[in-house]
Design a protein around this ligand. Sequence first.
Ligand code: SAM
Ligand code: SF4
Ligand code: F3S
Length: 453
Amino acid sequence: MNMQQNLNNLILKKKIFIKTFGCQMNEYDSNRIFDSVKKIGYQKSEKLEEADCYLLNTCHIRDKAKEKVYSEIGRVKKSFRNKKKPLVIIAGCVAQAENQEMLKREPYIDLVIGPQAYHKINETILDHIEKRKKIEQTDFDAVSKFKYFSKIKNESGKVSSFLTIQEGCDKFCHFCVVPYTRGPEYSRPFNQIIEEANYLSDNGAKEIILLGQNVNAYNYNSKRLSDLILETEKIKDIKRIRYTTSHPKDMTDDLIEVYKVSKKLMPLVHLPVQSGSDRILKLMNRKHKIDRYLKVYDELKKINQSIEFSSDFIIGYPGETEEDFKSTVDLIKKVNFINSYSFIFSPRPGTKAEGLDLIDKKISMKRLEFIQNLLSENQTQMNKKLENRTIDVLVENLTEDKSKAFGRTEYMTSVIFNGKREHIGKIVKVKITNSNRTTLFGELLSNPDQKVA
Ligand code: SAM
Ligand code: SF4
Ligand code: F3S
């Protein structure tokens, strides 16, 4: 028996508990990390107390991200007080930003691994088990990472599956840590992505959400996101395609044109704008103006009136005046955003905006509340308008108590209705009977995939 086999046997049938903070890309990564560690004998555990290995996939985007990680580790320590300590791995964007510091500050942590080094996860774990040493892996090597993962099948098995096509960011908005934690922009090879999409489909996916920190900056040998969408929709069993997160500057003509021809691209465009004021966009280094944003909006609406927009907003960016804020409010009223997110500016270590003078917290809070009420009201009204109407729902799962089914509309809104297990993975017609801000409730109207005249 060679050393590799010996080590593999050491961790055979051990359990890993994975906790994920942050964006969809982290969710995708956590699934892929699990696909990888399965090869060295790990099984997934839903219970922390049972775990031999605890992996925390972290996010650094806002607030006290670092402290949140250490307090999480504190909780893990507590759970294992009278038991053998699990192998503790910190992955994700805090791991990348803090690297060695984490091992120094918290001896309970064994391994630190950044987002562009996940292809080394198996060898790092085995190395640690063999040599009992703490290891930090934070090199940016997206090429090797995706090459490695292209050989490991994506076992997601979810009706709606994420598929990362692009990583990193070269835009350096002054508020954002992502260029530092995910590294430079990298687009995966076109065929590698289509192969993964086919595998996801074989495994039960009906919806594919193409992911990237700047997904519409995708460019592989001149193949763009528009090409990927059209190629992915050739996969027969894929019924819906989405992409996120995009940047207004990269909403190129070919991507806009795709909305004319694509049969499977969903009519919800998530296009973060951050602020409605050109002055603030300039201070943020966003590289686009409101004119450009509204031009994209107009063009897409001209192609299909039922296209809706969702967005991200940063409120209280240093220097934001009442007038700037009013421009954001005006934009929200004009575009009628649905499903949007808004946050108070949070200074991030190492970014250009880190040291800027903050505006009064009470003012930021008041503005945030105002915006959130406005966005909520839009969402509630939009949902209300759907009452008594029949809509297409892609069924994703049963509810937790198994008494109902859960699915989503074309606009990503959650729907709960009287569906059954056999409806999972199908597009069904649901008559909406009731709604609130976040959810639609309804009755199943037809057999799966049957068109209502
Ligand atoms: N690449 C996307 C874009 O350009 O809009 C955004 C990616 S970021 C992961 C998601 C959202 O987090 C951003 O759109 C922004 O609204 C928010 N965000 C990023 N940095 C922030 C900060 N320092 N404070 C508050 N919100 C922040
Ligand atoms: Fe962050 Fe800006 Fe890059 Fe988006 S475009 S990931 S907000 S730096
Ligand atoms: Fe967070 Fe990193 Fe995503 S900072 S939002 S996990 S790219």
